[in-house]
Design a protein around this ligand. Structure first.
Ligand code: B12
Ligand code: SF4
Ligand code: SF4
Length: 386
């Protein structure tokens, strides 16, 4: 364990400079004290707002979020960084109604793979300064850490009503990462101003009205949760609100004045943009084989939904488009797709289309359907068709 540092200002400037070079536009340092809004997290868990993300409520998770020092006993400081991703408006949506929409943080290589590598590079500055290895632990959405609270403590921005960390001249399209390090460093000043003021745009724009008054989200209702973290069926009542979002949701950030003013079309230099995945062709991708899904999304965050969850989301988006031209594809998926979860949501989509052909497809599929849950969805869909 290292004691307080001589020349720490010089080290911090060198770290800030290196962070910029690596494309980490937000940088700060804070202590390993219990995060100030821990009670907000505890209340969120107690109210079951974490929905199916059971890991968020485990004993271990709650203990480590409360006692960050226990994550790495040698740690004496926390370096927090932010990597910019492209604004969702960077790419204009195609004219076709039959495309889905992927949240823009996922338009490239998975940040879980990028940020730890950049943090490792950044820490070389500390090791070079001391001339020997320094104990460290790196996270980016990969551990039991209240990342936004620490980012605000390290001065990276404030937490908006949409619960995102927002920088007053750069907006909120940032992914966060942290390095617990075994040396004491002076903290950068915490960010103490709340620039939301009387604005409520995010609250009003949220399609499922899941933004709560205490700057938390009712995750079980959030499109981001429903399309990424939720592993089972999407509640029927919420499906119509999802529009064409098939992985994540950017609405509460897209309407934020701080993004409208300051977001940039391009992400950090470290963000490898893949424009071709932003607006998936719904009928084409609903037929992706496991191999084709992996080839297309293998190194992107979309893998988190797996093929099963992603194709489920595509079916919901097709139901919301309700275009009769998609009946043959949906009917084929309902007959031939091995995964019951996808068949269920394809049945719902057919029920939304409401044509004679959609009814016939549902009736025909019902006869050969082996899974009771899918049969129930088919019945519910048939009830929707007058
Ligand atoms: C679980 C989770 C989700 C869940 C729940 C989101 C939520 N808001 O709770 C779901 C799946 C819905 C989700 C969605 C998204 N997520 Co997410 N998610 C997480 C995760 C793993 C934990 C968040 C958490 O602990 N939630 C519980 C709540 C209670 O805590 P919190 O959100 O951190 O909120 C704190 C503040 O609000 C603070 N607070 C409360 N009141 C007040 C008042 C004031 C004045 C202040 C200053 C602070 C404050 O207290 C809370 C507890 O400390 C973090 C990574 C991590 N380990 O932190 C990423 C993380 C928050 N997600 C991230 C991203 C990018 C997203 C999406 C934008 C992805 C997308 N496009 O679909 C959306 C955004 C939705 C939204 N508006 O939040 C980024 C956010 C970056 C940023 N700029 O803020 C993170 C930090 C991942 C990362 N490493 O970059 N996410
Ligand atoms: S990500 Fe979408 S659904 Fe979730 S809170 Fe924001 S606007 Fe609402
Ligand atoms: S839209 Fe308005 S209220 Fe919501 S986070 Fe942005 S500034 Fe705050």
């Amino acid at each position: 364990m290292m004691g307080p540092l001589p020349n720490s200002d010089r080290l911090i400037e060198a770290l800030r400079f290196k962070a910029e070079q690596l494309g980490l536009e937000l940088f700060g340092i804070t202590t390993l004290d219990t995060p100030p809004h821990l009670p907000t997290y505890e209340a969120w868990i107690a109210q079951g707002r974490h929905a199916g993300m059971a890991y968020m409520a485990s004993e271990r998770n709650r203990f480590l979020r409360t006692h960050p020092q226990a994550i790495l006993p040698e740690a004496r400081a926390l370096v927090v960084v932010g990597m910019r991703y492209p604004a969702p408006q960077a790419l204009p949506p195609p004219a076709s109604r039959l495309v889905g929409r992927i949240a823009s943080y996922a338009w490239g290589k998975d940040y879980h793979l990028i940020l730890p590598v950049l943090l490792q590079e950044l820490l070389k500055v500390v090791e070079e300064f001391f001339g020997h290895p320094i104990p460290s632990r790196l996270y980016s959405d990969t551990g039991p850490v209240l990342e936004r609270d620490f980012a605000q403590q390290a001065g990276l921005g404030w937490i908006g009503k949409n619960t995102c960390l927002i920088h007053p001249r750069k907006g909120s399209y940032f992914l966060l990462g942290e390095a617990f390090i075994g040396v004491s460093l002076p903290s950068t000043p915490a960010f103490s101003t709340d620039y939301c003021g009387t604005c409520r745009r995010c609250i009003e724009a949220c399609p499922t009205q899941c933004i709560l008054p205490d700057r938390t989200i009712d995750a079980g209702q959030c499109i981001s949760y429903l399309t990424i973290e939720n592993k089972g069926a999407i509640p029927r009542a919420l499906r119509p609100h999802m529009g064409n979002w098939v992985f994540g949701c950017d609405i509460c950030q897209m309407v934020c004045p701080w993004n409208l003013r300051f977001a940039r079309a391009e992400g950090s230099t470290a963000f490898t943009m893949r424009p071709e995945i932003a607006f998936p062709d719904l009928t084409h991708e609903l037929q992706l084989t496991p191999k084709a899904f992996k080839e297309r999304y293998g190194d992107t965050p979309v893998m988190r939904a797996r093929r099963r969850g992603f194709l489920r989301n595509l079916a919901v988006a097709l139901g919301n488009a309700a275009d009769p031209s998609t009946v043959p594809t949906l009917a084929q998926v309902l007959r031939e797709e091995p995964e019951p979860l996808i068949r269920s949501h394809a049945a719902w989509a057919l029920g939304r289309i409401q044509t004679h052909a959609a009814r016939l497809a549902l009736e025909k599929a019902y006869k050969n359907e082996p899974t009771p849950e899918v049969q129930m969805e088919i019945n519910a869909a048939l009830e929707q068709i007058p």
